[in-house]
Design a protein around this ligand. Structure first.
Ligand code: PHE
Length: 447
């Protein structure tokens, strides 16, 4: 059998993992959820879930992926042969397909906006005009579908080169660049006159606005932003060498993701308040707010270009990670060559993606419980599929795998020494804490 592709260096693994985690979830979804869920209180609950839940689940996915060295179906089949555990892979596949379907639509918007920035179309600083521009983009029929296809094409292009030569190589260049751009924009935004109200909204909690729905939204966002529950970490982990530290990589990934979310909040919220835009604007928030700032700043057109470039980079490094889950599955379970696996995945995604894209235009009358297709895909994946996927991973590691195998992975075969209480704490958080919290929030949020 041909040697399996894999990551080449520790830095490569880290940027690929961080590339998957840091994405539209941080720069697009996080700010508008903070805006619609009351600000700082939502952020505190979110951080709580990152530590309590997303991190243990990340360890669990890491353990399953690296130990089995296989795709999301193969992993369970390898670790629990002749059982029905393999079917759990369906949750991960569904989660990845559902997310990438609407994600690629937003990815398409970022390319559209990058073009608009390059052709100097943000000359108005009137929020009304810019919000009209956003509505026109998302409610058109042809344009957003075309941009979505370009986005998927770019994703396919990177994936064609494989793990080491594709995913890793691009992440190594793009992630440091992304960090510099977002930091730069945030510094510019917090020094705007009138930025104070935005900072207060981000950091001064008002718990009176918190409801059961806030918890579910924060849970969904913690999963979504850290890429847990979709089999992405599991798939990437299957390409990671035994010597790498699972704890180190997980903590670093979670930290960089959180840092990016906070910096994104700092880049966006002050401007929302400084320019009198409503923080509850919804999914258009980033696309309406930032062009507004750019129109009012000297050399704003340059800032607009680099910002939408950053948004595109953030989106594509995440998008490749979702599609890799599907590609690895088709490749290993059906023996499909990588090219064919990519082509087949892209065709399926393009069909669902078109439905999501049209759901704000031609198909807007078609709703389920008051949500259009795009929103259904978004909520169903983040608030249900990801928590279910995560739950299955922690239950598998905590209750089905031998503790010694689990510890063997955490310590990289005994090479990495941690105090016993650290290892025990991690194990117990996988076995009891994470499953309990996910179950409670899921049940409570859905009732
Ligand atoms: N974490 C990515 C983001 O924040 C989205 C994602 C979710 C990627 C699930 C992979 C799996 O944009």
């Amino acid at each position: 059998m041909a040697k399996r592709d894999g990551f080449g260096s520790s830095f490569g693994v880290l940027v690929a993992m961080a590339g998957s985690a840091v994405g539209l979830g941080n720069l697009w979804r996080f700010p508008y959820l903070v805006g619609t869920n009351g600000g700082a209180a939502f952020i505190i609950i979110y951080l709580f879930f990152v530590l309590l839940l997303a991190l243990p689940i990340m360890y669990a996915e890491f353990i399953i992926g690296r130990r089995s060295q296989a795709n999301v179906f193969g992993a369970y089949k390898a670790l629990a042969p002749n059982t029905k555990w393999g079917y759990v892979g369906i949750i991960f596949l569904m989660a990845s397909v559902t997310i990438i379907s609407f994600y690629s639509v937003v990815g398409g918007w970022t390319i559209d906006y990058l073009f608009k920035a390059l052709t100097l179309q943000f000359d108005s600083s009137d929020p009304q005009v810019l919000s009209g521009m956003f509505n026109k983009v998302v409610t058109s029929d042809i344009e957003p579908v075309c941009f979505m296809l370009i986005f998927l094409g770019a994703t396919a292009f990177i994936l064609l080169s494989g793990v080491k030569e594709g995913i890793e190589k691009y992440a190594k260049v793009m992630m440091p660049l992304l960090f510099l751009i977002v930091l730069f924009i945030a510094v510019r935004a917090v020094t705007l006159p009138g930025a104070g109200a935005g900072l207060e909204f981000l950091f001064k909690p008002d718990f009176s606005k918190v409801t059961a729905g806030t918890f579910l939204a924060a849970l969904g966002q913690a999963f979504f932003s850290l890429s847990v529950g979709a089999g992405t970490i599991m798939t990437y982990a299957s390409y990671v060498a035994k010597r790498e530290s699972i704890i180190g990589l997980s903590v670093q990934t979670a930290l960089s993701d959180t840092l990016f979310a906070i910096i994104a909040g700092l880049a966006i919220m002050p401007a929302v308040f400084a320019f009198g835009i409503s923080p509850g604007e919804g999914p258009g928030l980033v696309f309406i707010t930032l062009p507004n700032i750019f129109a009012q700043l000297p050399f704003g057109y340059v800032l607009a270009i680099i910002f939408f470039l950053a948004l595109f980079i953030a989106a594509i490094t995440s998008s490749i990670s979702m599609v890799e889950v599907i590609v690895a599955y088709l490749n290993e379970e059906f023996g499909l060559g990588r090219r064919w696996a990519i082509l087949l995945s892209m065709t399926v995604i393009a069909i669902f993606g078109t439905l999501c894209s049209l759901s704000q235009g031609a198909l807007k009358e078609f709703t389920i419980f008051g949500n259009n297709i795009f929103d259904c895909f978004d909520k169903f994946s983040a608030n249900i599929l990801l928590p279910l996927g995560g739950l299955s991973a922690v239950i598998f590691v905590g209750w089905r795998m031998a503790k010694s195998d689990c510890v063997d992975e955490i310590t990289s075969g005994g090479v990495r020494k941690y105090p016993a209480f650290v290892v025990n704490f991690i194990y117990l958080s996988i076995k009891y804490l994470a499953p309990l919290v996910v179950a409670v929030v899921l049940v409570q949020g859905l009732l």
